[in-house]
Design a protein around this ligand. Structure first.
Ligand code: FAD
Ligand code: FES
Length: 282
């Protein structure tokens, strides 16, 4: 008599069970940030810009990491990981051919459909360029669907700039305006110097027609949002991506909750209008 393993099918579909993936290539981008190109072993990951995955290093643990590639780039996907603790430090030792567990993709997406036909202003500080890059690449691969595209990128110093080759390529395009700044230049730096908000004085903004996608550390986010609001960008067109402590990623454990909102499921992408309500409880 044929035995049916009732657990096998259930496990395969469980959002808690990681699926196996293999690293196609890995590159140390800065002292602390490592870039990975990854392929799922069974079926390609079906994701959209703005989503994240749970990355398992077996025997160590799991960390939520934003997908930094665009689905327009093919079946493999990309992650940029900053080493800060157990899982992310272990990933520093991982390279081509190594295997990981992947859960997800989780979370909502950047409103890339709603943004069609509008101006898009990207403002990315530090590691914030990783999740933002997913949407930048998507918009550039569908360039005809969007109106004016402006990319502002900031880092504390030149050694911390991520995706330098791509920044150069974007700067060279005549259908995108890209400005990069650093707080502390080194001797070789000949570009903009100063905090990212200073770049607003160098661009022309049609605020009423603009979606501003702002992702970066809390201080940068705060002052950039103030600048965008002062320019007249509506609160519901300022888009951000929130990071919270997360465990399940599927709205069950409550670790990511703010005032009853599950950031893992209803976010991580929110408008500033929504973020304000979450903070103020209105
Ligand atoms: C939706 C989402 C997307 C993310 N995307 C990226 C990404 O693209 N690249 C990247 O490098 N990191 C990203 N992070 C942050 C990343 O998940 C944490 O740095 C990681 O979980 C740390 O795990 P660890 O085991 O290495 O550190 P641990 O040993 O668990 O902790 C090390 C330190 O990091 C703190 N920490 C752990 N998790 C978080 C968190 N979620 N937010 C803030 N502090 C935390 C701990 O409190 C502790 O101080 C993202 C987080 C979320 C929620
Ligand atoms: S991480 Fe478990 S509910 Fe969001």
């Amino acid at each position: 008599m044929t035995q049916i393993d009732i657990h096998k099918g259930a496990e395969a579909e469980s959002p808690y069970v990681p699926k196996m993936a293999r690293i196609l290539s890995a590159e140390q981008m800065t002292e602390t940030e490592r870039f990975f190109r990854i392929e799922m072993e069974e079926a390609p990951l079906a994701y959209q810009p703005g989503q994240f995955v749970g990355v398992t290093v077996f025997g160590v643990g799991e960390a939520p990491i934003s997908i930094c590639s665009s689905p327009t780039q093919g079946d493999a996907f990309e992650l940029t990981v900053r080493s800060v603790g157990l899982v992310t430090n272990k990933l520093k030792e991982f390279g081509e051919g190594d295997r990981l567990g992947i859960r997800g993709p989780f979370g909502n997406t950047f409103p890339y459909e709603e943004m069609k036909g509008k101006d898009v202003l990207f403002v990315a500080g530090g590691l914030g360029l990783a999740p933002t890059r997913s949407l930048i690449r998507y918009v550039l691969d569908n360039r005809g669907d969007y109106h004016k595209v402006t990319i502002l990128v900031g880092a504390r110093d030149p050694s911390l700039l991520l995706f330098r080759d791509e920044l150069e390529a974007w700067t060279g395009r005549d259908d995108v305006e890209t400005l990069v700044t650093v707080d502390r230049p080194d001797k070789a730096w000949s570009g903009n110097v100063g905090v990212i908000t200073r770049l607003f004085a160098k661009i022309q903004l049609d605020a009423a027609a603009t979606y501003a996608v702002i992702v970066g550390p809390p201080v940068m986010f705060k002052f950039t949002v103030l600048e965008a609001l002062a320019e007249g960008v509506p609160e519901n067109r300022i888009i951000c991506s929130l990071e919270r402590h997360m465990k399940c990623g599927v709205g069950k454990c409550g670790h990511c909750q703010i005032r009853g909102v599950y950031v893992c499921r209803e976010g991580p992408v929110f408008t500033y209008e929504q973020v304000k309500r979450l903070r103020e409880g209105i």
